[in-house]
Design a protein around this ligand. Structure first.
Ligand code: TRP
Length: 377
């Protein structure tokens, strides 16, 4: 059997805002390519609203409003409901049940060591989980937030996912999932499948910085270019992007390191783009060499990037406008996807409960053996 055809591909996004070009190069474009290659048994893409609530519990309206935004972004990049099951996490109650059982397989110390949890804890100003009340001016950390890696393991294993196309920041989550799978299988017998992360092939795509040059593109930092941005907005954002602060005159030698415009070009620009927009160069490396040497101005490089981004985003924006015309149909697509996803998750849950010996009513041997012991019927 062709191994690739046995793959189950699964990934998701938190609905806390519209998706941006960091999501696109980090995962969305990979998903569409995987979908179109068609070498998989199943493919699931979901909206992680329950996970979003773990640190937005005071803002349910934000999560609720962004479910449709993320769904529209999915459809507009080209995810096709005939090929991919798209659903809403909270509509699959089996996931919370799995999470509860997996909680017994993970220690508090292991969660505290999860690098993603650590970074996010710091970002949100949460006190350490062992921090005394009032030991500083940080906030107490909700248990649901602290344990979300366990729920993410449920998201993945409920569908027997083998392949998780996602950004580099999710690596610790997949590692933690693999540990849970191994521990579960060693205690209860071979039941769950170990997933693998599928990262984008180039470093620039794995972690796209914000337009201001800050390490991460994120809504809270206000340094995003959204997929649904108008052409005018894309223009403005590219023109005000962070480049090389030492490159003052065109003749000055430029630096590529930390130069966001070049990082974006690494993520987006192909030889075809160069041929179309800067035919005097053969490839991006030649543009870089000229910039480094001196004599190539930031404006010209920004114009190249703008052309590349406009060309990439225009079809996405146009498709979005089409789907926006029928919002009820988008919800219906998600409803059908959620029903279908639930069947798979329910199947896994019943295998898990059987392995854990909590399938009392289906276990005829258990009932017969106890009946015999008590001399009853
Ligand atoms: N944690 C992911 C994010 O913040 C979203 C997510 C939830 C996810 N469950 C998942 C991603 C399972 C991949 C697989 O983007």
């Amino acid at each position: 059997m062709d191994k690739e055809k046995e793959r189950v591909i699964l990934t998701g996004d938190r609905p806390t805002g519209r998706l941006h070009i960091g999501h696109f190069v980090g995962s969305l474009r990979n998903r569409v390519a995987l979908q179109n290659e068609g070498k998989y048994k199943d493919m699931f893409v979901f909206i992680a609203d329950a996970q979003a609530l773990t640190d937005n519990m005071d803002n349910p309206e934000k999560v609720r409003q962004n479910v449709i935004e993320v769904a529209l972004d999915y459809l507009s990049v080209g995810l096709d409901p005939d090929k991919v099951t798209m659903y809403i996490q909270s509509q699959i109650p089996e996931l919370t049940e799995l999470t509860f059982y997996y909680m017994d397989l993970v220690t508090v110390a292991r969660l505290q060591r999860n690098p993603t949890v650590k970074t996010e804890m710091a970002m949100r100003g949460y006190r350490d989980s062992d921090g005394e009340e009032g030991d500083d001016n940080k906030k107490g950390m909700p248990v649901g937030f602290f344990t979300y890696p366990i729920s993410q393991a449920a998201d993945i294993t409920a569908f027997m996912a083998t392949t998780v196309p996602t950004g580099d920041d999710q690596k610790p989550m997949i590692e933690q999932t693999v540990e849970i799978v191994r521990r579960f299988n060693s205690i209860y017998g071979d039941t769950l499948v170990e997933p693998e992360i599928l990262l984008p092939s180039n470093a620039a795509s794995q972690r796209l910085p914000g337009t201001d040059g800050k390490a991460k593109m994120s809504k809270s930092l206000g340094n995003c270019i959204y997929l649904s941005e108008t052409a005018e907005e894309v223009h403005k954002k590219v023109m005000s992007m962070y480049t090389d602060p030492l490159h003052l005159k065109v003749t000055d030698p430029g630096h590529l390191e930390g130069n966001t415009v070049f990082t974006y070009l690494d993520a987006f620009c192909t030889d075809d783009h160069i041929a179309r927009y800067l035919p005097e160069y053969a490839c991006l490396d030649e543009v870089k060499a000229h910039y480094t040497r001196g004599g190539l101005g930031d404006m010209k490089v920004k114009r190249l990037l703008e052309n590349v981004l406009q060309e990439t985003l225009e079809p996405i924006r146009n498709r979005r406008a089409g789907f926006e015309k029928d919002i009820p149909a988008v919800y219906e697509m998600l409803r059908q996807g959620s029903l279908k996803a639930r069947e798979t998750a329910a199947d896994t849950l019943s295998r898990v409960k059987k392995a854990m010996k909590i399938d009392y009513f289906d276990d005829v041997d258990l009932i017969a053996e106890q009946a015999r012991r008590y001399g009853s019927r």
